[in-house]
Every structure is written in C-alpha cells, then in structure tokens.
Design a protein around this ligand. Sequence first.
Ligand SMILES: *Cc1c(COP(=O)(O)O)cnc(C)c1O
Length: 393
Amino acid sequence: MMSVDHLMNTYARMPVAFERGEGAWLFDRHDRRYLDAISGIGVCNLGHANPVIAEAVAEQAGRLIHTANLGHIPLQESLADALCQISHMDRAFITNTGAEAVECAIKIARHYGHQRGIDQPSILCMDSAFHGRTIAAISASSPGKLQQGFGPLPDGFERVPFNDAKAVEHHLRLHPACVAVLLEPIQGEGGVRIPSDGYLSAIRKHCTEHQALLMFDEIQCGLYRTGQAWAYQHEADATPDVLTTAKALGNGIPVAACLARGAAATTLTPGSHGSTFGGSPLACRTALTVLQQMQALELGPHAHRIGTTMLDAFDRQLGNHPRVAEVRGRGLMIGIELHDPATDVRDFALEHGVLINVTRERIIRLLPPLIIDRQQADQIVETVVEGIRAGAH
Ligand SMILES: *Cc1c(COP(=O)(O)O)cnc(C)c1O
C-alpha cells in the first residue's frame, strides 16, 4: 500500500517506487528495470548498491557509527586530508548536507567580515542560483518560489546576474562591506548554466582586488562529474577561498564538507560552529571510500569521454529541432533547454524505462551515474531524442 497522506506535501513525485538498484539500474517491485540518468540528483555517482561502498558501510556500521565531535575522529581527519589534497584547500568542516555546507560558508564569510571590522557584512550571490533549503541557503538562492512565503529572510545577501563578471566588479567596488562572492561554477537547479570562458578567473581577480572571499558551491557540479575533480578547474587561475561539496561525496550516505584555504580556513574557532552528526566515523569512512573509488576508476576522464559522446549525439540529432533552444553540458552534467515545458519528455522516458529530470520546467537535466557505459549512454540519448520528437510542438 502506497499512501502519501501522512507526508508533508513538498514534492511532485513521479508515479514510481524502487525496491533495489544495481549500478546504473533501478528496479521497481514488479522487477521492471529503469536506467537511471538522475543518480538521485547527482548523488549515487558510483551506481546503486555499489559493492565496495556497501562493504565499507556495513563494516563500519558493525565497528562504530557515531561518537560526536567530543573526542578525535581519525576517519574525519583522513577525510579532511583527502579532500584538501584534491582541492588545494587547507582545512575542512565536515557536515551532513549541502545546505549545511553552504551555511558554514556563509558563517565563515560573516566571521571574516567581522574580523576585518565590518559590522554589516554582505555576500554577493547570483540570479538563478540554488544553495539549499535552509533559511540562509534560500536567502542566498534565486528569489521566487524558493523564498516565497518564508520571510522575513536574513539581510546581507545581494544579487547580480550570473555570467556577468563586470557586474561583480561593479558591485564590489561600490560595496566595501561585501565580504564574499558565492556562486555555482555551473548552475545546476538553475538549468545547467555554464558560464563563458574567463568568467570564473575574472571573478577570482576582482575578489582578490577587493579582499572578498571567493566561495564556490560545487555541491552538484563537483567530484569529477564534469571531467575534473572540480568544475572550476576547467579554467586556470580560478581557485576559490571556500569550496562546498556534498551530493556525490557519500554515494547516498549523507556527508558534506565546507573546505577553505588561507584566512578563511582559520576563521572559525572552538565553539563558533558545530554539528552533532557531522563527520561521524560512518559518514567519513563512506566518503573516503567514495573518493578512493572515483580516483581508482578514473571517473573524471571517463565522465569527460562519455559526456562528450552524449553531447555530440544530442547536438547532431537535436541541433535543428524546433523544440530545442539549446543543448549544453560539461562531462556528465547535461542540459537540453526546450522552448516549451519538458514534462512530456520526462513522462515518455519513464514509460520507456529511463529516468530523467526536468528543472525550471523547460530544461531537461541529465546527471547519470559516472560509471555508465557507452551502451547505457546511447540508450539515454536515444530515449530523450525520441521523447522530444514525440512531443507536440
Ligand atoms: C543540492 C544542492 C544544494 C543543497 O544540498 P542539500 O543536501 O539538498 O541540502 C546546495 N547547492 C547546490 C549547488 C546543490 O545542487
């Protein structure tokens, strides 16, 4: 019996429920299989029921799950080492969810401002941004549906258009109390928006000039999805001061991190921030195993190769289609923007056994697990192309 009567009505759900998974496949209770091109929103990047992850989770659960941050947690220290090594950051705060990693970044920025004698520090954010669902995270996100009805929202969040480095420079010049710039190097929920070449490094330069922290939210685009460990690495000289990661870090076990370097790394001190669950032995053991697997399987280069093949195929087959406004992507983060709502394509794909996502109503978003093979990639492309062609225009 399925009933949503006792759930708060926060999701428009697809009419499907899964019982088990295997790699890029999900199975419902009739054992019908679906090819997963969403990965639980960019989370299960090593695939479902990954045996190496399952083994690590089970072994750690049988040994020690949680101790709180009252004593030392060696696995947390190892995870911080591993994350700093792949990001060139100095320190990590390990937490549970993306929104909490963003909260930590916001608190670092404000603390950093106060330490410089700025009473009312502000953070510059982007239009069509998404940073999570807590009150501070929605304040940093795109105004509109996310924020509506949740006021009063905290002050101290300003906004400029995404992909406009001049607007950032202008804002920083006019607002000396602006202590940080927060953005997604590729906007996810905003519709797989990829900024122009040179945008991130220009913002890096402006932040340095105006002593503002550059804070990248790589919760969706990071961890090898775009081919590099971090999406900002597609540009030279765009290293941030603060970097958030979450989604794929635990392959489904909640774990997230806010990484920082330089002054930003030592802003928080004992008592100024914390988390009961954050950085548990279970979460950290899982994340360490995820990072090891991603590196051992060379999933960055794999995501680049497979993603490029998919993008080329979409371009070839949809480039001139009247419904399609734009095909864009990097690695296995792919968006197909239509001129009309894309829900029929999602429904068509579901009927044909492929799970895809639609964001901002008109943008088909594909975030398949990074372990997909050529054949699975071909099936996703074929189904999406058919679904777009099948729809009325
Ligand atoms: C998903 C997401 C978040 C929020 O993560 P939660 O784990 O849902 O809190 C924040 N930023 C970006 C870019 C995201 O994609």
